[in-house]
Design a protein around this ligand. Structure first.
Ligand code: SF4
Length: 442
């Protein structure tokens, strides 16, 4: 049977620096939905990270490439020896691509090209462009694989299995290495970040002189010690999520929560079998905002789910009005092969889905716009992603890369800013999705 998750084998040779590159590549591949497998046979493609420091290392690298080509056939070469592509091509003309040292964006791009990820915007943890173009100053940190829920519209658990949390020390070590490699912002992802560690029964591990648990709160607290921007994605509104709000209030992690609510009608949430579907989410949001008034909430929703009546949809619109979320995406329901929701009665006609989608978007756009407008005049810290002509494209704590808006910074001093640098800016105006700002006086 053809497996549905693209699988990559990885051979890493060379010094600790090459190892950091390997880890960075693996981090991004994992985040992008690739499975990293330990054998040539199980892999759809193999990446060999080479070393070219001394003759022995060159020899070893060329041998390793030869072995991978013979055993698997589809090989991408990176690393120090990749700086001399002709040596590799001469010996192994069948390699798919050769990239140089520390060129991890290129490697990930090459993997994408030769083994495309299976992108489904409804379930994927990173945006399609997120893997290839992730600048060096932010990184996706995947904390677990699989999922214990069984949402009726989703087939991820059948594809990737039940939740398997990475040990907290592995995740923290990876975060530290990413920080040491220049990363300024970590985007914590998994299918259910709030469930982190449930499968390990919150296993206790030694971290320096302390004991910490493999669980959501400990992870957020420890990541909050690293002096980075830490952004939590795919959190569900369980009561224990309340515990991380004080970390946001103290400025240890970003006051940002990405919660895929998907709907607000209790009946539809139940049909969807959503995690935490019985929680009073509006009350929870109100409490969170009391603790962290500047909290940014992002979410996604599905309209036109089987059985959704005009009354259910009305409940959703009322909920939106109350919840005042900042950033929202909305999908029209479409069946996914193998999902149990396909068996549900009450399919909603396409034109009704379309009409509800427009009403939903209209309502939310007005809310998002007003919330952005309210920020005009505020001074805030932003992280610069790029500098183009006389404008720095930056993001505030409220903006996750690629999925949220940006802050366009202009004015004196802007051209001296570099990607990956933090700056203080004062917001001068707002558009539908983005803010405009000027550098604040030092
Ligand atoms: S929480 Fe639901 S939608 Fe998300 S991966 Fe698990 S089953 Fe799928």
């Amino acid at each position: 049977m053809k497996h549905s998750t693209p699988r990559v084998g990885f051979v890493s040779l060379g010094c600790p620096k090459a190892l950091v590159d390997s880890e960075r590549i693996l981090t991004q591949l994992r985040a992008g939905g690739y499975e990293v497998v330990p054998s040539y046979d199980a892999a759809d493609l193999v990446v060999v990270n080479t070393c070219g420091f001394i003759d022995d290392a060159v020899h070893e690298s060329l041998e390793a490439i030869g072995e991978a080509v013979a055993a698997n056939g589809r090989v991408i070469v990176t690393g120090c020896l990749g700086a001399q592509p002709e040596r590799i091509i001469e010996r192994h003309p069948k390699v798919l691509k050769v990239t140089g040292p520390a060129a991890y964006e290129e490697v990930v791009g090459a993997v994408h090209e030769h083994l495309p990820p299976r992108h489904d915007p409804r379930f994927d943890l990173v945006p399609p462009q997120g893997i290839r173009l992730t600048p060096r100053h932010y990184a996706y940190l995947k904390i677990s694989e699989g999922c214990n829920h069984r949402c009726s519209f989703c087939i991820i658990p059948s594809m990737r299995g039940d939740l398997v949390s990475r040990p907290i020390t592995h995740v923290l070590n990876e975060a530290i290495r990413l920080r040491n490699a220049g990363v300024r912002e970590l985007l914590v992802i998994s299918q259910d970040t709030s469930a982190y560690g449930v499968d390990t029964r919150y296993r206790v591990e030694q971290w320096g002189s302390r004991e910490i648990r493999t669980r959501f709160l400990d992870l957020a607290r420890e990541l909050g010690e690293l002096g980075l921007w830490v952004r939590l994605h795919y959190v569900y509104p369980y009561p224990h999520v309340d515990e991380v709000l004080p970390l946001m209030a103290e400025g240890r992690i970003l006051p940002y929560l990405d919660i895929p609510f998907q709907h607000a009608s209790p009946r539809i949430l139940k049909l969807m079998k959503r995690p935490a579907h019985a929680e009073d989410t509006l009350a929870r949001i109100r409490r969170w905002r009391q603790v962290v008034p500047q909290l940014t909430l992002r979410s996604t929703f599905i309209v036109g789910f089987p059985g959704e009546t005009e009354e259910d949809f009305g409940l959703l619109l009322d909920w939106l009005e109350e919840a005042q979320l900042d950033r929202v995406g909305c999908f029209k329901y479409s069946p996914v092969d193998g999902a149990s929701a396909n068996e549900l009665p009450g399919a909603v006609a396409e034109e009704v889905k379309e009409e509800r989608w427009h009403r939903f978007m209209q309502k939310q756009q007005a809310i998002s716009k007003a919330r952005l407008q309210a920020q005009v005049g505020q001074t805030m810290r932003v992280l610069v992603d790029a500098v183009e002509a006389r404008t720095a494209i930056a993001r505030s704590a409220a903006d996750a890369p690629d999925i949220d808006g940006v802050v366009r910074v202009t004015g004196p001093g802007v051209t001296r800013l570099c990607p990956g640098e933090f700056a203080q800016v004062t917001v001068t105006s707002a558009t539908d999705y983005d803010l405009k700002a000027r550098l604040a006086p030092a």
